[in-house]
Design a binder for this molecule. Sequence first.
Ligand code: ATP
Ligand code: MG
Length: 414
Amino acid sequence: MNDLLPADSPLWQYVEGVVTDILARYGYQEIRFPIVESTELFKRSIGEVTDIVEKEMYTFDDRNGDSLTLRPEGTACCVRACEENGLLYNQTQRLWYMGPMFRHERPQKGRYRQFHQIGVETFGMQGPDIDAEVLLLSARILRELGVISHVQLQINSLGSAEARANYKSALVAYLSNVQEQLDEDSKRRLESNPLRILDSKDANTQALLNNAPVLLDHLDEESRQHFEGLKQLLDAAGIQYQVNPRLVRGLDYYGKTAFEWVTAKLGAQSTVCAGGRYDGLVEQLGGKATPAVGFGIGLERLVLLVQAIEAVPEKLDQQADVFLVAVGNVQTVAMQLAERIRDELPFIRLMVNCGGGNFKNQFKKADKSGADIALILGEDEANEGKLAVKFLRQEVEQQTLSFDDAIRWLETLE
Ligand code: ATP
Ligand code: MG
């Protein structure tokens, strides 16, 4: 679990700002829900035989003896919150949330025990148009952050529950013949969760899968049409993708569409954004059958990617545009002037020297703030209602202006 320090928070705020701005432009609304939920919620939604539920959850009994879990993901919580507050009845929803998720994993670059997601969930829309919309939305996020040329979209269809069950039997029949050659995890999963074998990282297992039955050949007609419809919409929108028939997600609730945005820039932690359709989940959690599709973006990985490809905008960590140097007994005038500038010129980030210090000492602080301009107020200036303007990073001659003229001049800098 990491601290986010002031040196890094501007980059996070920038990334979060780009994402939430795009979400608003698509008409998505924010929802917030607690970071703890009953353990049952995750067991019933994500599935008992998944990595998350089997070995990654932070679960504890509270003082009443109720089993609670720090949320490992947001979809189940979002469904719970919507259901409990009547948001799914006879209406559609386009929602997003942002916040920490918790999984007890082995920490490494791009994999942490507290990490952060921006999640998008939509409810009540069953056609492939909404699948396409959330993919366009995710593509726009990656494009506007400047990382799109370093990621690749992979899509697949997991079909209906029945199609998946049929496929599972075919896969298990095939893999049982080569059982001895599978990696240890996959051997275990052959009984418990055979679809997960498809995304085994083991090279030998992957080679064995080359001749295995393919999920896309087992699709039911409705899922097949849905997938064709989605591909047509993506083609028409000019979104490039790769159909990856071995893409299965690690959570049980997905059906039909599944997708991931992957990158080669972050080592083993290659998935930046992942999601899909989960038409069965609302009903499974006690609501009325409700079609749904969504995705989660791993913010740490997105930020790492922006850094890795050097797409960080310049001047992001600049604390102030203007620094007010105030030397001598001028605190009252300095504060009044600063507040007036903030009233009249709200676009300026203005920092005022506090805690005294001589000119040299204050100019050091001005420099460290990243400001381009220093306003200098000494006792003589303060008495005359004047200040000096000094460019900190350009060779421009210092000039003395009245407060009014200084404000008019600062206004031209917007
Ligand atoms: P992975 O295969 O990398 O473990 P996952 O399939 O478990 O990912 P999801 O549950 O689909 O991931 O979560 C969506 C996104 O959240 C991931 O694509 C990734 O960007 C991010 N994510 C998941 N787990 C972590 C983690 N432990 N640390 C940082 N980011 C994570
Ligand atoms: Mg995982």
